[in-house]
Design a protein around this ligand. Structure first.
Ligand SMILES: [Zn+2]
Length: 315
């Protein structure tokens, strides 16, 4: 129990022991069986909680195996949650105007807050310049006088901080910190700010990404933002999927490049947006061609465009 006290419910930010989530601990020889009652049946943090419990208990000397069983609290148990915590629901519910895809995989959609338009920038795979396009789009919107924010959800690269030349790691002391801003006032939330070294490639698990994104989205004092651009992790794995599910996105922009030979891969990203019922603004084929500075000839650096072979989003 002492060790379990160090494990927090990431959604509530309190120890699972204090929350009364530990139903039973059973020691059989060198194996420990633990029953955890989640505060909600589809708690988005369920995998994180299970993994954290496994990790914490495995560290105890002499423990060879850990078996974690998850269930959910009864209404009565939920009623016993300390009052202060019960007042803060684990997941903010969507308002009724938002189209809800939340039944899918049990991830709840966050509320819209003060964002005008929330646009996801996505790609079928990495290396197509998605973050750069996100940055350029933000700069252009800013030039038109809009208030712009970028939520860097691509934790594998986390290059947004670098693109905008924001080098200092911000010191966050408030519970609702303001996001750092670029030279022209673009508000930036990037995992890159939290990383020790910018050459460290992070492989984050889906649930952890989802938790980090939720915190950036919910806990930051964004103020008024006309356009929030979300730089999604590449691909169609559970990482981008969880962002699609948890943020109230208004539209998606798909980035590709001619050398991304497998049209199928981009098609998958398009289909993901379609499945999540998010309107697709368009497809940007990055690095499509270069114009020769001497004679003005167009050079297709990576071969002819393949954009027209892609499935078209519904009109
Ligand atoms: Zn030339």
């Amino acid at each position: 129990m002492q060790v379990l006290k160090t494990v927090n419910d990431p959604e509530i930010g309190a120890s699972i022991v204090n929350l009364g989530m530990v139903r039973a601990v059973e020691v059989r020889g060198n194996t420990v069986g633990i029953q955890i009652a989640l505060t909600a049946p589809n708690c988005p943090a369920r995998t994180t909680i299970r993994d954290d419990v496994m990790k914490a208990v495995s560290k105890i000397e002499g423990v060879a195996g850990v078996d974690v069983q998850l269930s959910s609290m009864t209404d009565q148990e939920r009623g016993k949650l300390p009052q202060a915590m019960a007042n803060r629901p684990p997941v903010e519910r969507t308002n009724s105007q938002q189209p809800s895809n939340s039944k899918f995989m049990g991830i709840d959609k966050l509320p819209k807050r003060k964002f005008g338009q929330i646009i996801a920038v996505t790609s079928g795979k990495g290396g197509v310049g998605k973050s750069l396009v996100t940055g350029l789009l933000a700069v252009e919107l800013r030039r038109h006088g809009f208030s712009v924010g970028i939520l860097d959800a691509d934790l594998t690269g986390a290059s947004i901080a670098k693109i905008f030349g924001v080098k200092d790691r911000p010191i966050w002391t408030s519970a609702t910190p303001a996001p750092p801003t670029s030279g022209t006032g673009i508000k930036l939330a990037s995992m890159g700010f939290l990383m020790e070294r910018d050459d460290t490639a992070l492989i984050w698990r889906g649930p952890l990404i989802n938790s980090a994104i939720r915190q950036f989205y919910s806990d930051f004092e964004w103020g008024n933002v006309d356009f929030l651009l979300v730089d999604l992790p590449p691909g169609t794995s559970d990482a981008p999927l969880s962002v699609f599910q948890s943020l109230p996105l208004d539209a998606a922009l798909i980035i590709s490049s001619p050398q991304e030979l497998a049209v199928m891969i981009v098609g998958k990203a398009i289909n993901l947006a379609k499945t999540m019922q998010i309107p697709i603004l368009g497809l940007v084929e990055n690095m499509s061609f270069a114009t020769c500075p001497d004679c003005g000839k167009r050079i297709d650096l990576f071969g002819r465009s393949k954009a027209k072979k892609l499935p078209k989003p519904p009109a």
